[in-house]
Design a protein around this ligand. Structure first.
Ligand code: PLP
Length: 389
């Protein structure tokens, strides 16, 4: 008999009822050190007092208001996003997938308004942009699209980080290039700064818009507020979600005024996008993460964690191959199956997330303490030990 919850996930047999900082506590009382953070969502840890206060204060006032009216909490979040980024404007969404959908619509509308028939969006293999029909067509992987055709036309996937393929494919007929600065689901694979700069240059040369998907790598995850800042470039459109809500469903599309030019009243909307509860939390998250002192701490912790992970890889050469990633978006490239490591992690009461390209993802809360980093490495060491007996 089909479960009451549609069985689209292979779930571990654990349920959590409480969280405290980097720890998630299961219904049987077991404390798990959470290096998954809901897949890069709980950026400030579980039950963060600042976020609990922002949410409950708003919950006592008003929960939902239609976008037929002004929503001050939404305006505050948009102000913060514009203040701290390249963007001139922001549309608040509820998830990364919805951000992908709007980013695609915005790029198409930009060219429509210019009276040009430019619809093709170039994407990269290994990408993940969400599970809507548009987002799976954009990523184009066999695993995601099989059985869901016909696919939305207008996307072309290029080999990951293959700049020659991009040079050959991009032209003055290209609508946009859409790419994650650091692929998450694809296996914590960063684009080099030089490649990101080249992509920006190729977009400038052809007029194509640059859409960056920072749903997973944004919001302080890599040690900058947004990952593209390392390369000193800016996109035209950017997708945000995950960490921005700190655990509350929230996302955003950020854009320059020029890129957003076609999105006039009536061209897009969302019942929940801009919801006061979500935006009250999101604004608090932005205030905390955009603080340079907070980001400096992320980088200090990331350096500590990475150094210890290099030691872990050296201690288990039969299990691990290398450490990769940036900031606290870290991956252990594995020789063993990442799914086996995740399971061994459960036995050691530590939560990790598998990814493609034989990679185990480590995405702790950005405010994880040094003690918890030490504890995480000890548990990962024992988990790896389980694999080679
Ligand atoms: C880079 C990237 N884009 C988009 C998405 C889709 O976001 P959501 O699951 O919130 O719809 C994800 C989710 O993992 C992601 O990692």
């Amino acid at each position: 008999m089909i479960p009451h919850v549609l069985p689209t996930y292979n779930r571990a047999d654990i349920a959590f009822e409480k969280g405290e900082g980097a720890w998630a506590i299961a219904t049987d009382g077991t404390r798990y050190l959470d290096l998954g953070a809901g897949i890069a969502v709980n950026a400030l840890g579980h039950a963060n007092p600042d976020l609990v206060a922002a949410l409950t204060e708003q919950a006592n006032r008003i929960w939902h208001v239609s976008n037929l009216y002004h929503i001050p909490q939404q305006e505050k979040l948009a102000d913060l996003l514009v203040e701290h980024t390249f963007a001139d404007t922001a549309f608040i969404t509820n998830s990364g997938t919805e951000s992908a959908e709007l980013a695609i619509k915005m790029a198409r509308k930009y060219w429509y308004e210019k009276g040009e028939d430019r619809v093709e969006i170039l994407t990269f293999e290994g990408a993940f942009h969400g599970r809507s029909t548009g987002a799976i067509a954009a990523a184009g992987s066999e695993k995601m699209v099989k059985g869901f055709g016909p696919l939305m036309p207008g996307f072309k996937q290029l080999p990951w980080a293959d700049m020659d393929a991009l040079k050959a494919a991009i032209s003055d007929q290209t609508a946009a290039v859409m790419v994650e600065p650091v692929q998450g689901e694809g296996g914590i694979r960063p684009l080099s700064d030089a490649d990101l700069r080249l992509i920006r240059q190729l977009c400038d040369d052809t007029g194509a818009l640059l859409i960056l998907d920072e749903v997973q790598c944004g919001m302080g995850r890599t040690g900058k507020l947004f990952a593209h800042e390392y390369a000193g470039i800016a996109p035209d459109i950017m997708m945000v979600a995950k960490g921005i809500g700190g655990g509350f469903p929230l996302g955003a599309v950020l854009a320059t005024e020029a890129a957003a030019a076609g999105m006039a009243a009536g061209t897009h909307g969302s019942t929940y996008g801009g919801n006061p509860l979500a935006c009250a939390v999101g604004a608090r998250v932005m205030e905390i993460i955009a603080d340079p002192a907070f980001l400096a701490e992320v980088n200090r912790k990331a350096a500590l964690f990475r150094q210890k992970l290099e030691g872990l890889v050296a201690a288990h050469p039969d299990v691990f191959e290398s450490v990769r990633g940036q900031g606290l978006m870290l991956g252990l490239k594995c020789k063993a199956a990442p799914a086996d490591l995740v399971k061994a992690g459960y036995a050691e009461h530590i939560l990790t997330v598998p990814a493609a390209d034989s990679t185990l993802r480590l995405l702790p809360p950005l405010n994880i303490g040094d003690d918890d980093i030490n504890e995480a490495v000890a548990r990962l060491d024992r988990a790896a030990g389980r694999l080679h007996g």
